[in-house]
Design a protein around this ligand. Structure first.
Ligand code: AP5
Ligand code: MG
Ligand code: ZN
Length: 216
C-alpha cells in the first residue's frame, strides 16, 4: 500500500505518519526528516538543502526526487510506504508517478489533513522534535513525560530552526503556491481523501484509518 500524506506545515503529517506506519506496517518516508539528517551530517546534499530550508523555501525538485527514488528502491518499501512531505510540487508528483509505474506500482491514496491557519501556527511554534528518532511533541498539546527528553529513545528534544513565526509564514505561503495544487492533482485522479485534522491525534488517526481502509 502506497499512501501520500498531504497537508500544510503543522497539519500533523509526521504525527499521523508515525501511527499509520505502525498500524499498517509500512515504512515512514519523510523528505523533511531525510533532509534534516543530511544537514546534520554535513553531506553535500545537506549543505545545498540547508539554505532553502532555513528560509522555508522548497529544496529544488531534482535533489528531492533523487533522494526519494533512492529510498523507494530499498527492500523495506517493496510492500509500499507512507510518504510524508513528498510530493510537494506537480513536478515531484509526476516524477513519483513515473518511478512507481516503472516498477508496476501505484498510489493507493493521497490523504489531505486539513487544519485552520491559526491552529497551524500554534502547533508549529510549540513543537519540539526528537534529535534521535524524529518523533514530534508539543509543549502544550503533546508534552513528553520528562521535559526536553524523548519518551521513546531518551534523546534530547530540540526546536526546529524553521519553526520561528517568520519562517512559518513563508512556509505557509510556499505551501499555498506550490503544494496546494496537488489537492486538485490527486482529486482528478480519484485518489484524494480529505480528513479533518482538528481534534486529538487519536481522533484524527481514526479518520485517517477510515479513509485509508483495511490494514493489509
Ligand atoms: P517538512 O519537515 O516536511 O515540514 P512541513 O511540511 O513544513 O511539515 P511539518 O513537519 O512542519 O508539519 P507536520 O504536518 O509534519 O506536523 P507535525 O506532525 O510535526 O519540511 C521541512 C522543509 O524541508 C521544507 O520547508 C522544505 O525546505 C524541505 N522539504 C521537505 N520535503 C520537501 C519536498 N518534497 N520538496 C522540497 N523541499 C522539501 O505536528 C506539528 C505540531 O503539532 C507538533 O508539535 C505536534 O505535536 C502537534 N500536533 C500534531 N497533531 C496534533 C493534533 N491533532 N492536536 C494538537 N497538536 C497536534
Ligand atoms: Mg513533519
Ligand atoms: Zn526519540
Amino acid at each position: 500500500m502506497n499512501v501520500i500524506l498531504l497537508g500544510a506545515p503543522g497539519a500533523g503529517k509526521g504525527t499521523q505518519a508515525e501511527k499509520i506506519s505502525a498500524a499498517y506496517r509500512i515504512p515512514h518516508v519523510s523528505t523533511g526528516d531525510m533532509l534534516r539528517d543530511a544537514v546534520a551530517s554535513g553531506t553535500p546534499l545537506g549543505l545545498e538543502a540547508k539554505q532553502f530550508m532555513d528560509r522555508g523555501d522548497l529544496v529544488p525538485d531534482a535533489l528531492v526526487v533523487g533522494i526519494v527514488k533512492d529510498r523507494l528502491s530499498h527492500a523495506d518499501c517493496d510492500n509500499g510506504c507512507l510518504l510524508d512531505g513528498f510530493p510537494r510540487t506537480v513536478a515531484q508528483a509526476d516524477a513519483l508517478d513515473g518511478a512507481l509505474s516503472g516498477v508496476g506500482k501505484t498510489i493507493d491514496a493521497a490523504v489531505s489533513i486539513d487544519v485552520s491557519e491559526d491552529e497551524l501556527m500554534s502547533r508549529l511554534t510549540g513543537r519540539r522534535t526528537c534529535s534521535g528518532c524524529d518523533r514530534v511533541y508539543h509543549v502544550v498539546f503533546n508534552p513528553p513525560k520528562a521535559e526536553g527528553v524523548c519518551d521513546v529513545c531518551s534523546s534530547p528534544l530540540y526546536q526546529r530552526e524553521d519553526d520561528s513565526e517568520k519562517t512559518v509564514s513563508n512556509r505557509l505561503r510556499v505551501y499555498h503556491e506550490q503544494t496546494a495544487p496537488l489537492v486538485d492533482y490527486y482529486e482528478s485522479r480519484g485518489l484524494l481523501k480529505n480528513v479533518d485534522g482538528n481534534g486529538s491525534p487519536d481522533e484524527v488517526f481514526q479518520r485517517v484509518s477510515a479513509v485509508v481502509g483495511a490494514r493489509q
